[in-house]
Ligand binder design. Structure first.
Ligand SMILES: Nc1ncnc2c1ncn2[C@@H]1O[C@H](COP(=O)(O)OP(=O)(O)OP(=O)(O)O)[C@@H](O)[C@H]1O
Ligand SMILES: [Mg+2]
Length: 369
């Protein structure tokens, strides 16, 4: 009773989320929040509703007292990029917890695909790496530092597109936020300068991005022990394992780009995410071109069919041309799109933009383990 009477009045409008949303089910339990799939009764949309843990968020924000740091809701709603989950609104619950309303992503966490290392992962990982890099370049261009790039914070939608989530640890790229001391993040992905409590900048995200790429190829970290801060401290002064040791057939340009992102000294790393992703894009274009040329050569060498049969199917449902087909079973480095084998297409549902590799089974082209 007294509690109610004397409860400090909140400075902001509060929303009864149980009235505003129909909570369909819990989809995530992050370390800082609870996330539901929900129907927004105001708009009728299916959304992801993220409610931040009040205490943990306050403890985190207390680090920046007096610095006027924007909070997660303000940061997330300011971001608009095809590879970033769109946050449409934020507010406060009746318990005074911050909530975020996001487009709901039907898909899986990249961390699941890293663990599975299935055909889908092998086939699309370079595309995913490029899209993560594009999201990161955008975020950096908006003058933010993400500080928690890792597969757990990347979702892959059903139409095989990257959606970067979780802007809970983001800070502005300004001197007062780059001072040593704030060691939040995920240990295994933390750049040495962060762990050693040195001055940091956006290049710490490049390190985490490179660890993520390394894992996408190898299912392991670039160092043996990387799970706790102490373990990370121990190995920090050793060079990372060479990615080629685990994936001997990996394209050398891609391998070099990932290893450069792991340089302990930020001056020896890629200086911008845009530079790193440009190399991946160049590699993608080269591999696609090689695959197309190899397919054309195969076609030229193949004996003509004895009796050219008239197409049985209407044009819209014809199989893909031979140069657009590939073999998911082929694990070699050299591009070998196998003419005549059935082409595998990613489910086309809702695909917004075409990329050079959309028609080609990249498994056949990229170095596999
Ligand atoms: N827009 C979304 N659509 C669908 N699922 C989502 C969405 N956003 C988050 N999730 C789910 O909720 C989980 C937690 O989200 P998020 O990473 O933002 O929370 P967090 O508490 O900040 O996490 P962390 O443990 O990384 O600190 C995600 O791993 C994902 O499964
Ligand atoms: Mg997260």
């Amino acid at each position: 009773m007294f509690d109610k009477l004397f409860k400090k009045k909140s400075a902001h409008e509060q929303t009864d989320i149980e009235r505003r949303f129909n909570l369909i089910g819990r989809v995530g339990q992050g370390s800082m929040s609870r996330v539901w799939k929900a129907t927004d009764l105001k708009t009728g949309r299916t959304v992801a509703l993220k409610v931040l843990d009040k205490e943990k968020t306050e403890r985190f924000e207390a680090r920046f007292r007096g610095l006027n740091k924007p909070h997660e809701g303000e940061i997330a709603t300011s971001l608009h990029h095809s590879s970033i989950a769109e946050t449409t609104e934020f507010g406060w619950t009746t318990e005074d917890e911050m909530f975020l309303v996001m487009d709901f992503i039907e898909g899986v966490s990249l961390s699941l695909l890293v663990d599975l290392q299935n055909d889908e992962m092998k086939r699309f990982r370079l595309r995913y790496m490029i899209q993560i890099g594009e999201a990161l370049s955008y975020l950096h261009a908006q003058n933010w530092i993400h500080r928690d790039i890792c597969p757990r914070n990347v979702m892959i939608s059903e139409d095989k597109c990257v959606k970067l989530i979780d802007f809970g640890l983001v800070v502005p790229n300004q001197p007062e936020f780059r001072k040593p001391g704030n060691r939040t993040g995920t240990a295994a992905y933390m750049a040495p300068e962060l762990i050693k409590r040195q001055y940091t900048d956006q290049r710490l995200d490049i390190f985490s991005y490179a660890v993520t790429c390394f894992e996408m190829y190898t299912k392991r970290f670039p160092w043996d022990a990387a799970l706790t801060l102490d373990a990370v401290l121990q190995h920090m002064n050793q060079p990372p394992e060479e990615i080629t040791q685990f994936v001997p057939g990996i394209d050398s340009q891609i391998a070099r780009a990932i290893m450069k992102g792991l340089a302990a000294n930020p001056d020896e790393r890629w200086q911008s995410a845009a530079d790193m992703v440009a190399v991946f894009r160049e590699a993608e274009a080269r591999l696609v071109k090689m695959a197309r040329e190899a397919a054309a050569k195969n076609r030229a060498l193949a004996p003509p069919p004895a009796q050219p049969a008239a197409p049985k199917l209407p044009p819209a449902s014809q199989p893909m041309p031979a140069e657009q087909q590939g073999s998911a079973a082929d694990d070699t480095d050299s591009p070998q799109p196998a003419a005549g084998k059935p082409g595998k297409r990613p489910p086309g549902k809702g695909r917004k933009r075409r990329r050079p590799d959309d028609d080609i089974d990249l498994t056949a082209m990229f170095a596999e383990d």
